[in-house]
Design a protein around this ligand. Structure first.
Ligand code: BMA
Length: 294
C-alpha cells in the first residue's frame, strides 16, 4: 500500500503573527487567501483586533514566506450583513478579475458575500450570494465549466457545488462530499481555497472536523467536467494540528486553509493555525501524481 500524502511544514512557521501596533490586528491573523500576481505573493488574511471584529488585511511577499503588510485593512464591515465581521476570504483569478468569496457575519447569521478587484487591494462589493441561507466556505473555481461559473459552498455538514451565469444567482446545487463517521472528518467538512486544475481532475484541499473538536486538512480529486463526481479521496488527513501554534491559539487544535499556490514543482498550502497565526506547508507535485493517477 502506498503511503498517504502529507503536507510538510515550512520550518520558519508561523509566517504571519498578530501585530501589537495595529488595533485591528492585535489578536489574530489567520485563514488567508493567497494569490500570485506579477511575481509577488499576496496574502489576504482575516484579522481580529481589540474590537474582535474580523477584517481582511493584505500582506505582500517576494518569496512567499516573508511578508510585509499594508497598514490598513483592504476590506472591513460596511453593510448590514457584515456588522460582526468579514471572514475567511477565498480568492480566484478568472477572466482577468480577482473574485473574493468571503463570510459576512452579522445578526442575520453567516452569508456568502462576493467582491471583485483588479489589483487585490481595492475591492468592490458585488453582493450577497444565496441571501436566504446560512452558508460559508465558498470558493470559486478558476475556470468555467460548460460556460458557467462553478463554486463550492457548504450546507452543513457537506461540501456542495453550484453553477451560475452571473456569479450572483446560483442553481443546480449538488452535494460533492459528506463527512465520514468514525474518522478525523466525522462531523462536518468544508472546501479550502479554489481547487487546482490538473489534467487528471480538480485537486481539492479541504478541512474536516470531528467529535474531538480537531480541524485537519484532507485531499480529494474531482471530475473535470462534473466536479460533483469524486474520483478519489484520501482516507488519511494530509495535515493535523501538531505544532504549538496549531494546538494552542484563539481556538485550539485548528489547521484551516483558504488557499494556496502552485509552483513549478509543488503545491504550497497556506493555513491558519489555532485561529491565531498564518503558516504554510507544501507537497511536491511528484508525490501528488500517484494520487492523481490512482
Ligand atoms: C470555522 C470558521 C473558521 C475557523 C474554524 C475554527 O467555523 O469560523 O474561520 O477557523 O471554525 O474555529
Amino acid at each position: 500500500m502506498t503511503q498517504p500524502i502529507k503536507l510538510t511544514r515550512y520550518p520558519g512557521n508561523p509566517i504571519l503573527v498578530p501585530s501589537p501596533h495595529s488595533p485591528w490586528e492585535t489578536d489574530n491573523v489567520f485563514n488567508a487567501a493567497v494569490v500570485e500576481r506579477d511575481g509577488l505573493v499576496y496574502m489576504l488574511y482575516r484579522a481580529q483586533g481589540l474590537d474582535r471584529i474580523s477584517r481582511i488585511g493584505c500582506a505582500i511577499s517576494t518569496d512567499g514566506y516573508r511578508f510585509n503588510r499594508l497598514s490598513q485593512p483592504v476590506l472591513e464591515p460596511a453593510t448590514e450583513f457584515e456588522l460582526y465581521g468579514v471572514e475567511d476570504p477565498r480568492v480566484t483569478f478568472l477572466d482577468g478579475i480577482y473574485y473574493m468569496l468571503y463570510t459576512a457575519y452579522s445578526p442575520h447569521g453567516v452569508r456568502i458575500a462576493l467582491a471583485r478587484s483588479t489589483n487585490l487591494i481595492a475591492w468592490e462589493r458585488m453582493g450577497i450570494v444565496l441571501p436566504d441561507e446560512d452558508n460559508k466556505d465558498a470558493a470559486l473555481f478558476p475556470r468555467k465549466i460548460g460556460g458557467r461559473y462553478v463554486m463550492f459552498h457548504r450546507r452543513p455538514p457537506d461540501i456542495w457545488i453550484a453553477y451560475s451565469d452571473d456569479l450572483l444567482h446560483w442553481t443546480d446545487h449538488q452535494v460533492v462530499m459528506s463527512p465520514r463517521p468514525g474518522t478525523w472528518e466525522s462531523v462536518r467538512i468544508g472546501a479550502g481555497g479554489p481547487p487546482f486544475y490538473t489534467d487528471h481532475g480538480w485537486l481539492v484541499f479541504y478541512h474536516g472536523y470531528n467529535e474531538q473538536r480537531v480541524y485537519c486538512l484532507g485531499l480529494a480529486l474531482l471530475d473535470l467536467e462534473n466536479p460533483a463526481r469524486v474520483i478519489r479521496r484520501q482516507d488519511a488527513p494530509i495535515l493535523c494540528p501538531d505544532a504549538p501554534w496549531e494546538y494552542w491559539g484563539d481556538v485550539p487544535n485548528v489547521v484551516f486553509t483558504c488557499g494556496g499556490i502552485e509552483t513549478a514543482d509543488e503545491y504550497r498550502i497556506y493555513y491558519g493555525g489555532g485561529d491565531h497565526v498564518m503558516a504554510v506547508a507544501s507537497v511536491s507535485k511528484q508525490e501528488v501524481l500517484s494520487f492523481l493517477q490512482g
